[in-house]
Design a protein around this ligand. Structure first.
Ligand code: ADP
Ligand code: ZN
Length: 727
């Protein structure tokens, strides 16, 4: 008799269950009705698919979206699971064929639309079979209080009564307490069987940026996502068309998607996106409901979403495969007014509700606390971490602060000498010694500050000027953006007091650079090391196989699976089966093709296979790894070598060591650790002193004591050294 664990590994190729999956499966196996609430991408499907494979009879899955049904069925069939769908998209022959297959008992999972389920034909078909599980996906459609009420869903209560021996599951990504209660009472569930997992999606980097020149900002963002899939949401159809044209003109592969397009064109564009033939979709919110594409690497909100709930749903479409993904919202107050104008056309109470939603959205966008706090609070969850490490408000301290006193002095005196009558761009032109009409007109080439700033680029200077405004050394008059030196600025010029700030690295493109830094910081803590060039070969192979089979590439293997292959270099059947996402059937179908590429690549590049602990061993080990790591470190193994051995980042090793110390174990000298710090010995001492007086449990007070100039990464390293010495 297979267990959920063996099915997970042999059919799906996964090593461990995600949080709550196992509990839900146990509950369903015990034939208790179950309500599952998990974020989009939270891995709901597996919770009914595994029980479906364990029950002897049929599982019926009710789903409102034809596209999703097709997608799920394709994915299951690729895993070797007998699944089918019946809905209005089928030809009469296909319909009959599928009915027959179900009647013959060849099918384990049958996907149907709710209205199909209610037809007498299907009803009588199901009555003649043993129905073990009825899974209702997108269950919030049952409730009039939900955002997507569908009357057909109400009648599922009837269906449920007709099959009393089948256990029933309701699954949804969004449910307010009211909707939740509604689902439970409509379907006659009892309270005890509700499972809600955290809505936090750790792999999403969440960022809000002021929208200045939206199109240019978007293009710069895209530069960092060459060849990667992403969705850009706009407010209006016109905006969609304009933006997608602009992006296309810059050589990106992009298609529009909105209600103004012909059905057939919409479908074509969506299909091209799903199949990786097109990289980017620019869409109104109408896009995405029927999309299950797991390798969406970014979601951009070009305009402000109407409320937090839809915003969270939309960013949730990024990174379903669990790999790091980026969510960017471009925010300007002008967009708030635009939406307000539309809301004003409505009547109360709808008008006031919408207004409240918009206010919450605006507060979110303008907020300076961790982005995850308000988002999760919306779903009734408290996010307790002081620093999530993966949002703009938590991540910015990672940019290195340096001494910018000299550039600051140059800039301020140039503003002064040109008479405090110009904007930043002109001041920068003077500093760079540019020749243009305006310079000549005002005789600015004769100023002593003319041409004294050639060591930096225009964008570096512009960025410095913004920092000087932020620090109150310069003032910017709002109408014409004219700069003047404040009293504080004059004081600084006189006293030659040190100014700290960020100098963007040499690129011409500031935002691009700043962003690379952010991404760099993020990637450091969460990304698995893998060989990009092997990955791209594997990806090409996947595309080729997918096109041959007429399937989306992710149905063959997910990006995550290819990333693991390109990180562990498995070269035997056994080690390939050990890769996440490689189950028995997929191995039989595609294993040879991928092994051949990996072997050839390793041979010509002289790379050896890396050891990946098999599932069960890893499982056992995971909870105790900190002990193994701590002991190995004490036995003389270096941080570098530990990183390599476990294929993890320095951060992870440091975390293990911290746990090791906190569990009361001594750690050998801090030498290796201190070598990881980039601070000067003086700075390090200052931090240790701070730990002495402020304690080292919470890093935030220390971080603030140093005016946010020492990164959390540094503080973590030093805390470890500190604890180590203390012992
Ligand atoms: P949802 O329906 O909740 O939006 P899915 O069921 O589509 O999410 O799951 C999201 C992704 O996570 C899918 O690619 C799925 O294969 C993957 N996944 C689910 N369970 C596991 C697991 N235990 N280990 C690894 N990946 C998993
Ligand atoms: Zn955060």
């Amino acid at each position: 008799m297979p267990t959920p664990e063996t099915i997970l590994k042999s059919t799906f190729g996964y090593d461990t269950f995600k949080p709550l999956q196992r509990e839900i499966i146990t509950n369903v196996q015990a034939r208790r009705d179950t309500l599952v609430i998990m974020a989009t991408g939270g891995s709901k499907s597996l919770t009914y698919q595994v029980p479906a494979l364990m029950f002897s009879g049929l599982t019926v899955v009710v789903s409102p979206l034809i596209a999703l049904m097709k997608d799920q069925v394709e994915q299951l069939r690729a895993l070797g699971v007998p699944a089918l769908f019946i809905n209005s998209s089928l030809s009469p022959e296909e319909y009959q064929g599928n009915m027959d297959a179900v009647r013959r008992g060849e099918i384990k999972l049958l996907y149907v639309a709710p209205e199909t389920l209610l037809t007498p034909r299907i009803f009588s078909l199901l009555s003649s079979l043993k129905l073990d599980l009825l899974a209702i996906d997108e269950a919030h459609c049952i409730s009039e209080w939900g955002h997507d009420f569908r009357p057909e869903y109400r009648q599922l209560a009837e269906v449920r009564k007709k099959f009393p021996s089948a256990v029933c599951m309701a699954l949804t990504a969004t449910a307010t307490p009211r909707v939740r209660a509604d689902i439970m009472s409509t379907l006659g569930f009892s309270q005890a069987n509700e499972f809600q997992s955290s809505f936090n999606r750790e792999n999403l980097f969440i960022e809000v940026r002021p929208k200045r020149e939206g199109v240019a900002q978007t293009l710069r963002f895209l530069e960092n996502f060459k060849d990667q899939s992403g969705i850009i949401y706009c407010f209006s159809r016109r905006q969609v068309d304009e933006l997608s044209d602009a992006i296309a003109r810059h050589g990106f592969s992009v298609r529009p998607y909105h209600a103004g397009l012909e059905d057939s064109e919409r479908r074509r564009n969506q299909e091209a996106f799903i199949r990786d033939d097109v990289q980017i979709i620019v869409a109104t919110i109408a896009f995405g409901m029927g999309i299950n594409k797991p390798n969406v690497r970014f979601v951009i909100h070009f305009d402000l979403p109407k409320n937090i709930e839809s915003y969270y749903q939309e960013i949730g479409r990024a990174g379903r495969d669990g790999l790091p993904s980026h969510c960017l919202l471009l925010y300007t107050y002008a967009d708030v007014n635009k939406i307000r104008y539309f809301i004003d056309q409505k009547d109360d109470p709808e008008r006031s509700t919408s207004m409240q939603h918009l206010d919450a959205m605006t507060r979110y966008a303008e907020g300076s606390i961790c982005r995850r706090k308000p988002l999760l609070a919306y779903f009734g969850e408290t996010f307790v971490n002081e620093n999530c490490g993966a949002c703009d408000n938590c991540g910015t301290e990672q940019t290195a602060q340096v001494d910018i006193t000299i550039p600051a002095q140059k800039f301020l005196s140039c503003v002064k000498r040109s008479g405090e009558r110009f904007g930043a761009a002109h001041v920068v032109d003077i500093l760079l010694g540019s020749k243009n009409e305006k310079i000549e007109k005002y005789n600015h080439h004769e100023l002593s500050t003319y041409g004294i700033g050639k060591e930096l680029t225009k964008s570096q200077w512009m960025h410095i000027s913004r920092q000087l405004v932020e620090r109150g050394l310069l003032e910017q008059e709002p109408a014409y953006r004219v700069l003047s030196v404040t009293a504080k600025g004059l004081e600084m010029l006189k006293s030659r007091e040190q100014v700290k700030g960020v100098v963007l690295s040499g690129s011409k493109d500031q935002i691009n650079e700043a962003q690379k830094k952010e991404r760099g910081a993020r990637v450091k803590s969460s990304e698995f090391e893998y060989d990009r060039s092997l990955f791209s070969q594997l990806r090409n192979k996947r595309k080729e196989l997918a096109d041959e089979a007429g399937l989306p590439p992710y149905v063959i293997f997910s990006d995550k699976t290819l990333v693991e292959m390109a990180g562990y270099f498995p070269q035997s059947q056994e080690s390939l089966l050990n890769i996440s996402g490689v189950g028995k059937v997929k191995f039989e179908r595609y294993g040879a093709a991928f092994l051949a590429i990996i072997k050839e690549y390793c041979r010509s590049n002289k790379i050896d296979e890396k050891y990946k602990a098999p599932a069960r061993e890893a499982d056992k080990d995971a909870g105790r790894r900190y002990i193994t790591v701590g002991e190995a470190y004490n036995a003389g193994e270096s941080i570098q070598s530990l990183m390599k051995r476990y294929a993890v980042t320095a951060d992870t090793i440091l975390n293990h060591l911290a746990r090791f110390i906190l569990a009361g174990n001594p750690l050998r000298s801090a030498e290796d650790l201190i070598a990881l710090s980039n601070l000067s010995p003086d700075q390090q001492m200052a931090v240790f002193k701070a730990f002495d007086t402020m304690g080292s449990d919470a890093l935030k007070p220390v971080y603030e004591k140093f005016n946010n100039t020492i990164s959390y990464d540094e503080l973590r390293i030093l805390r470890l050294c500190y604890l180590c010495e203390e012992r």
